[in-house]
Design a protein around this ligand. Structure first.
Ligand code: TRH
Length: 377
């Protein structure tokens, strides 16, 4: 019999909560033959990345996943074999009672936030709280050996490499999105929160010797883009040129299409958690806008990742990359940091691919979760 999994996703803000759980749910179904229910409290966020979602339905099937609207008033009673509370969300009290009443106690895990910090290794798979005999465990994704790894679908890197070697496939993909870059243009994608560092970066891109085509999916950074362009009401489809820089606004697309966009670009600015990981699987240089947390604790996470990521770079390339990421996240000097990075471009580009291959040596997160369950039973 298939193992039954319940994944609970409370959409706090943005798209990372649903982005991660939706990706995980599909992978458990497709690659591990699990029966998965995905409980989501906000179907509108889900609809942005999966337009097939009917926001009015309490229950629907999407790509083999049993998608449930997690209602304010809980009515569901039966508990699954494996229960995942994503990002420390609180399960409905009645569901916890149902877990406690099960003849065979379910495996209950909290799927935590992604961090490169060292302490994650020590906490991964440790017991957390207990509810009436049901033990909860911490499960940490991560970049280091001894963590739960990263979400990575089977065959992802092979697909990505084949696509990147196929100029025609890329051209067709971009054309279908209304993107017609001139030959020799540097293609950059930009997915970020509001950021005062954008204007100086765009200044330097617009006066650079190499032309840049900047692709901006609709989202929070558009206000800064508008201000820099001096226009109002930017929307998907709009294209503006300022000297060497072409700025094009794209619609928010399905996760699979977003992957392809990242694969096409020479440089990807990403944010949060899931797009950050996808940019690493793209094997191209990237810039991370980290999600801000109270008391600047996100800056420790940023440093921890940079320490790992830049370990194999030459000191000069490392300095350049760290300067750019720090500038983007702490309102530093983006203009000179970008110019410095350009001097080390080929090394940073080679490194992006080798980092990707190195990370792919770890088991992926879905496999690690299934293995944990198998060892637990
Ligand atoms: O949207 P994010 O900022 O999400 C999160 C949340 O804020 C969350 O609360 C916080 O904990 C976390 O950041 C750190 O960034 P993220 O994680 O990259 O999620 C975006 C998702 O949207 C990701 O799955 C990729 C997807 N996406 C598309 O499907 N299509 C698109 O066009 C774009 C731009 C993104």
């Amino acid at each position: 019999m298939k193992a039954r999994w319940d994944i609970f996703c409370s959409v706090v803000d943005n798209y990372g909560d649903i982005g991660v759980t939706w990706r995980l749910a599909r992978q458990l179904v497709v690659e591990h033959a699990c029966a998965v229910r995905l409980w989501v409290d906000d179907l509108r966020a889900f609809e942005r990345m999966c337009p097939d979602i009917d926001t009015q339905l309490d229950q629907q099937w999407q790509e083999g996943v049993d998608v449930r609207h997690w209602p304010a008033e809980w009515a569901q009673a039966s508990a699954a074999d494996v229960v995942i509370a994503a990002f420390a969300c609180q399960l409905p009290p009645d569901y916890m009672e149902a877990m406690a009443a099960c003849e065979r106690t379910p495996l209950w895990m909290n799927l935590d936030y992604l961090s490169a910090e060292e302490w994650v290794v020590g906490c991964h798979r440790l017991p957390s709280v207990k509810f009436k005999g049901v033990q909860k465990y911490f499960f940490f994704p991560g970049f280091r050996e001894g963590t739960g790894g990263l979400l990575r679908e089977a065959g992802l890197l092979e697909q990505r490499q084949a696509f990147q070697q196929d100029a025609e496939a890329q051209r067709q993909f971009l054309h279908a999105m209304g993107v017609f870059p001139t030959i020799g243009t540097r293609l950059i994608s930009l997915f970020a929160y509001e950021n005062p560092g954008l204007a100086p970066w765009l200044d330097v891109l617009s006066t650079d010797g190499t032309a840049t085509h900047l692709l901006v999916p609709e989202g929070r950074i558009l206000g800064d883009v508008q201000r820099w362009l001096g226009v109002d009401g930017l929307a998907a489809g709009d294209i503006h040129r300022r000297q060497a820089l072409t700025v094009q606004v794209l619609p928010f697309v399905r996760q699979e299409q977003y992957d392809r966009l990242l694969w096409c670009c020479d440089f990807n600015a990403v944010r949060g958690e899931d797009s950050f990981v996808r940019a690493q699987w793209a094997g191209r240089p990237l810039l991370w806008h980290i999600y801000r947390q109270d008391e600047d604790i996100h800056l420790d996470k940023l440093d921890a990742f940079l320490n790992l990521y830049t370990a194999a770079l030459s000191p000069a390339a490392k300095t350049a990359l760290v300067a750019l990421w720090q500038a983007w996240n702490t309102e530093g000097d983006m203009a000179s940091a970008w110019k410095m990075l350009l001097e080390h471009w080929s090394e940073v580009a080679r490194h992006a691919e080798s980092w990707c291959l190195e990370q792919a040596l770890q088991d992926d997160l879905a496999t690690a979760l299934v293995q944990f369950y198998e060892s637990w039973i």
